[in-house]
Structure formats: C-alpha cells, structure tokens
Write a protein of this length. Structure first.
Length: 398
C-alpha cells in the first residue's frame, strides 16, 4: 500500500541536499517507504544505477561496521560527477554513521535518505554533527483509516469488526498478512523480542534481565496509566517484594521510550500553564505488542481506546500532553502550529454519571478552543458546545 500521508511530506525534499531522516519502531513500514521513494524517483527518470540502497539488518552488509567501512564502500560505488541517491535502512547499526553521512553531504552531489529505530538517532552529539542539515519524519504503524484502505473495507459491520481486531492486535503492517491468530502472535512476539533484545538490552548493556523484563511486562500490559518512579517502586516492593532504585526505573522507562516501544506524554498544568515533572503517562506505540504479553488478563478496552486516540493524534502531527486540573484530568491537549484541541476518551458513556464526568471536566477550561468527547456510542451526546463523536467515525475523518 502506498503510504501517501508520509510520502507527501517527504516528496518536496527528494532533490534537496538536506538529509531525510525517517524514524519509527521496528517493522512499522520505514523500509517500504524508502522503496516507494525509489520507485517514484525511477518514474521521474532517475536511473537505477544512481540509487544505492543498503539495509543494515541484512547479513550481506555485516562487514560495514563503522563510518570508515561505510565511506569506503559507498565511494567505490559512486562513479563520475552525477548526482546519487543514497538510502540507508536502520543506520543505527553502523558505529559513528553520522561522520560518513556528513562527509558524503559535504563532498558529493547526493540526496541522502536514512531510517532508524531509535528516537535519539538525532540527539546529543549526533545533532551537533548534523545540526541544520536534516529534516526528520516519524512513521507510525497503520492508523485505522489506513487499515480500512488496505483491506478495502467500507461496509459498517466490517468496519466495526476490523476496529475490534485493531483495538487488540494493533496496526503493524505485516500483521495483516497473517492468516490466523497463532501466526499473528508469533509474528508480534518476534518483533517484541527484537525490540527488547536488540534495541534495549544489547544497546544499553542491561545486566539485570529479570528486573528489566518485569518492568517491561508491567508497562506494556497496563497502557494509558499514570506512572512515576515512586509508584513503580511501591509496586515492586508490594507485589514483587523487591526494592528497586528510582534512577534504575527512570532509566529503563527511558530506554523503552528511545526504542519507540512506548511513548511518554507529559502532564500539563492547565491553570498554571506549565509542564509538571515526575509523573507521566505512557502509551504503547502498537497495542499488539502489549497484547502478546497480556496473557490471562481481561482486555482493558477503555485504556486501549485511549491509546489508539493518542497514537492517532501523534500520527496527525499533533504534540500531545495530558491536562492536569485541580479536580480532574483532561485526557489530551493536542497542539499543532496555532491549533489547540481538547479530547476526552471513554469506551462507553454508560450512564449520567459517566456523561457528567467526561463533559464536566471542561467546566474548568475557560477558553474557546474545540473540546471533544470520543466514545464508541452511536448516539450523539454533544452539549454546551462540547462535541461528542463516535471514535471510529473520528478515526476515519482525516
């Protein structure tokens, strides 16, 4: 499937010398996007021999271990003065890769595209090397609208069935090639293990594997929850009878975030207009990766729905925070350029008390920005300028 929502953003930069950085969790479709870009360039008349593609996950390129190896290999491939298009997939596997990229950009006529599975690919020292020389794009697993386009679903009953499945098994693209639940579980388990072992345990040299695996399991099986190092520390003392240093918990959560297994949402004091430190909400990048660890537990449909809405807002380009009020919480404050939108998410508005809880939180928000309540209900509960929408209808809008 052509992922136009990403290609349309990257396309204006095809010929520019800015480095195009495409980031996202493993198997979210970054490699496919690179191949689709190459196909578009061919259609524009760029000869295939002037496009060099390397996937550093392949054993064929295991000999490229660092920037020197990469520079030597690519230099031998480039002939003459014509412009080349370089595509480097999962470049974080190459030590000091940014030095080679910087050299190509400075000395050759090139257009460079790179992908990576680490959110800190461009942080710290790397940002210093490449400052002002790149544009970055975040790729997510399929949104629900993309799922419906992929499966050519338009019938309402089929849409509902597809959404119920999406809510449990997520939107990693290759999942939709699986023919039964066992294949799906095996596929997702392999991805989960790759992320945990390669992108976290090996990369950050974690020694206490039992503790780390317990923390990961706890986080991924309880999405959309408020966490702090203190609350996690108390959980391990009370439930596991083990004392864990708070700095260790903070580090492990940060490693999971860098590997894009989870995303961290800051809490924002609506009245004080400031970020609150110490307490955050964590959301799974793909719900399927939590489901395979959720053995024997009841599905937390309200939490899953909140997680889906959070990921959808990120994929639409919003910066998303959790709103903190004196007497409650706004699920999401989403900002994009000069736009601000508030969202409350509930699985079902089951009775008057739930309606009052979800709509009533907005009484303390004194501004004119749009305010939404999203749920699975089909009846429209909109009132007092607060817009209620069926969450599936909302997901299919943009």
């Amino acid at each position: 499937m052509i992922r136009e929502k990403y290609l349309s953003n990257i396309r204006p930069f095809y010929e520019q010398d800015l480095i195009k950085v495409i980031m996202g969790i493993r198997r979210c479709g970054k490699s496919i996007i690179l191949l689709q870009i190459m196909e578009e360039l061919k259609e524009q008349g760029i000869p295939e021999e002037r496009m060099i593609y390397i996937n550093f996950e392949y054993e064929d390129y295991a000999f490229i271990r660092n920037d020197i190896d990469l520079h030597e290999f690519i230099t031998q491939k480039m002939k003459g003065e014509e412009k080349y298009y370089l595509f480097f997939d999962e470049i974080q596997n190459v030590e000091n890769w940014e030095k080679a990229i910087n050299s190509f950009k400075a000395s050759k006529k090139v257009s460079i595209f790179i992908t990576g599975s680490n959110s800190d690919l461009l942080s710290g020292e790397l940002a210093t090397h490449l400052a002002g020389r790149y544009v970055s794009f975040r790729v997510f697993p399929f949104t629900f609208k993309e799922v419906c386009e992929l499966k050519n679903i338009t019938d309402k009953r089929e849409i509902e069935e597809a959404f119920n499945e999406y809510l449990i098994w997520g939107g990693l693209p290759q999942r939709f090639m699986m023919t039964d639940e066992m294949q799906t579980k095996t596929y997702l388990s392999d991805i989960y293990n790759s992320i945990v072992v390669k992108d976290i345990i090996a990369r950050f040299n974690i020694k206490d594997l039992d503790l780390f695996n317990r923390i990961v399991e706890y986080i991924v099986t309880t999405p959309s929850q408020n966490f702090s190092a203190e609350s996690l520390s108390n959980y391990f003392i009370n439930k596991v009878q083990r004392e864990v240093a708070k700095i260790t918990l903070y580090n492990y959560l940060e490693y999971m975030t860098k590997a894009m297994l989870i995303s961290k949402a800051d809490r924002y004091d609506v009245r004080g207009k400031r970020i609150l430190n110490g307490k955050y909400k964590y959301y799974l990048t793909d719900l399927g990766l939590g489901q395979i660890m959720n053995v024997g537990k009841r599905p937390q449909l309200g939490a899953y729905l909140e997680n889906v809405v959070y990921n959808e807002l990120l994929s639409r380009g919003y910066d998303v925070k959790v709103g903190n009020l004196e007497k409650g919480e706004i699920d999401f404050i989403a900002t994009r350029f000069n736009e601000k939108v508030y969202f409350q998410v509930a699985y079902i508005l089951a009775d008057d008390s739930v309606v009052e809880r979800e709509f009533g939180v907005y009484k303390d928000v004194q501004d004119n920005y749009p305010k939404y309540v999203l749920s699975m209900d089909k009846f429209d509960f909109s009132e007092d300028g607060i817009i209620h929408k069926n969450v599936v209808d909302w997901l299919l809008e943009e």
